[in-house]
Each structure stands twice: as structure tokens, then as C-alpha cells.
Design a protein around this ligand. Structure first.
Ligand SMILES: C[S@@+](CC[C@H](N)C(=O)[O-])C[C@H]1O[C@@H](n2cnc3c(N)ncnc32)[C@H](O)[C@@H]1O
Length: 250
């Protein structure tokens, strides 16, 4: 059995209870050493076999899974954040299906959620934005799969941009097509890690701030008025608003 486990953003307490319990009993772990905290491996039993996927290609990862399966061993594949977001699990799952190796996915706290918590923000503010766009600059994986940043910016939604901090100038240039220059931006480098850094600014000045701090990887770029805005009180807690669990007071 293979368990794809969301390791969370960094802090070893931000894995789910279910994910931690699986880690405590599996025989083999493959983890992304460059992005997943080694402290998570402390949850494992002492004779666990550990592989760092940073030095392995796809075939080598699958071979370890196949061998573990043949020997009746359980294996945890630890992915940073949540495996469903830029996790490349689909190709692994398809190969496991072809080989009749069973697997289960245990979700995790994605870094875009961790970043929002570190800047104490809510993506979905009434009257500001009820839509969250999760995206990245187009990279080696192909263009326009759902829209370039300049097109997406026209929605003026709350936005979380992964895998793009290395070209913050390119990001800003595209975002200025739809958002005003005053739109707030927060860059969260290594959210929830001990060496986390948080930069706040606007589309006008965030690129200079990022360059000054030499941040060129491992960061979330959060964009939108949700970061600093007037908003309407949520109707959910409005005394005039009734819903199925509460009757109105007026
Ligand atoms: C290959 S993707 C994996 C994303 C992961 N599956 C998730 O749900 O967060 C790696 C990118 O996620 C973002 N990332 C992952 N962990 C992060 C963290 N702790 N703080 C900020 N950004 C993070 C960065 O943009 C990084 O380049």
C-alpha cells in the first residue's frame, strides 16, 4: 500500500493527525528533501527505510514503490503542502494503477493556506472578493493552461501565485494589466519554517523589496484587496440573517 501524504507547509505540527499516524507505522518513506522538513521523519519508527526524492527520477521512485509492494511493505510518499497542488501525483497514481498497486491520499495544509495564516488574512472577504485563483507563471510545463497571469488579473480576485518568485518583475508586469498599482501584495518565504520571511507592499514596490531580500524560491505571492481593504460584515453572523441553525433576532 502506498500513502500519498500532504506534509503541510513546513512546521512539523501542521501535518494532519491522520498523516502523522500513517508516518508512525509505515516501513518505507519517500520524501521531497528540498521542500519537506526532516523533523517529520522523527514521527517514523526507528527501522524505517528513507529515500530522498530530490536525487531520484520518476522511474526510481516507482521502482521503490514496486519493490515495497512486492515485499508487502507499506510506503509513505510525503509531498509538501497538499499533494493535489503542483504535486505531480497524477503521473505516479496512473503508474500505480497500471501496476495494480493500491494507494490512498491523505491531504495536507497547502502553502497558500499557511501563507494566508501567517499574514493573518482571509481570502474571501464579502464585498471584496469571493474567488481565489491559485496559479503560477507559465513554466516548463506549458503555456496558457487556463490563462496567463495578465488575463487572470482582470478578475481582480484574491490570488495565490506559486513557483514564480524567481521572476517577480515578470509577475508584477502581468498583474498590472488587471490590478491597480496600489493593490496590496504579500510575499511569504518559507511560511511556518523557522527562517520564514514576510514582505508586504504593493504592485508598485514589491519587486524591489523581494530583490533586496534576495528571495528567489520557496515563496508564496499573495495578491489582492483582501490583504488590506474595507469589507462588508459577513451576512452569516448578521443578527438579521437567519439560516437553518439559527433563527433571526429581528
Ligand atoms: C512544487 S510546489 C508544491 C506546492 C505544495 N503542494 C503546496 O500545496 O503548497 C512548490 C512551491 O510551493 C510553494 N511553497 C511550498 N511550501 C511553501 C512554504 N512553506 N512557504 C511558501 N511557499 C511555499 C512555493 O511557491 C514553492 O515553489
Amino acid at each position: 500500500m502506498v500513502y500519498f501524504i500532504g506534509a503541510g507547509p513546513g512546521d512539523e505540527e501542521l501535518i494532519t493527525v491522520k498523516g502523522m499516524k500513517r508516518l508512525q507505522v509505515v516501513d518505507v518513506v519517500i520524501y521531497a528533501g528540498s521542500l519537506v522538513s526532516k523533523k517529520l521523519l522523527d514521527y517514523c519508527k526507528s527501522d524505517v527505510e528513507i529515500y530522498d526524492s530530490a536525487s531520484m527520477d520518476f522511474n526510481q521512485v516507482i521502482e521503490v514503490m514496486q519493490e515495497s509492494h512486492n515485499k508487502g511493505k507499506t510506503l509513505a510518499r510525503l509531498h509538501t503542502g497538499d499533494p493535489s497542488i503542483y504535486g505531480t501525483i497524477k503521473e505516479q497514481m496512473d503508474e500505480l494503477d497500471r501496476r495494480n498497486i493500491p494507494y490512498e491520499i491523505i491531504p495536507g495544509v497547502s502553502s497558500f493556506l499557511a501563507a494566508a495564516s501567517r499574514v493573518k488574512a482571509e481570502f474571501t472577504l464579502p464585498g471584496v472578493s469571493q474567488t481565489v485563483i491559485i496559479t503560477r507563471l507559465e513554466g516548463r510545463t506549458g503555456k496558457s493552461e487556463g490563462g496567463r497571469l495578465d488575463e487572470l488579473s482582470k478578475h481582480r480576485a484574491s490570488m495565490s501565485i506559486f513557483l514564480s518568485i524567481q521572476d517577480i518583475e515578470g509577475v508584477v508586469e502581468q498583474l498590472k494589466v488587471g490590478y491597480s498599482e496600489e493593490t496590496p501584495v504579500a510575499v511569504v518565504y518559507k511560511a511556518t519554517w523557522p527562517d520564514e520571511k514576510i514582505l508586504r507592499g504593493t504592485l508598485k514596490d514589491i519587486a524591489d523589496k523581494v530583490k533586496a531580500e534576495n528571495i528567489d524560491r520557496f515563496a508564496q505571492i499573495l495578491v489582492g484587496d483582501f490583504l488590506n481593504s474595507e469589507y462588508e460584515m459577513s451576512k452569516l453572523y448578521d443578527a438579521c440573517f437567519t439560516h437553518m441553525y439559527r433563527s433571526g433576532t429581528k
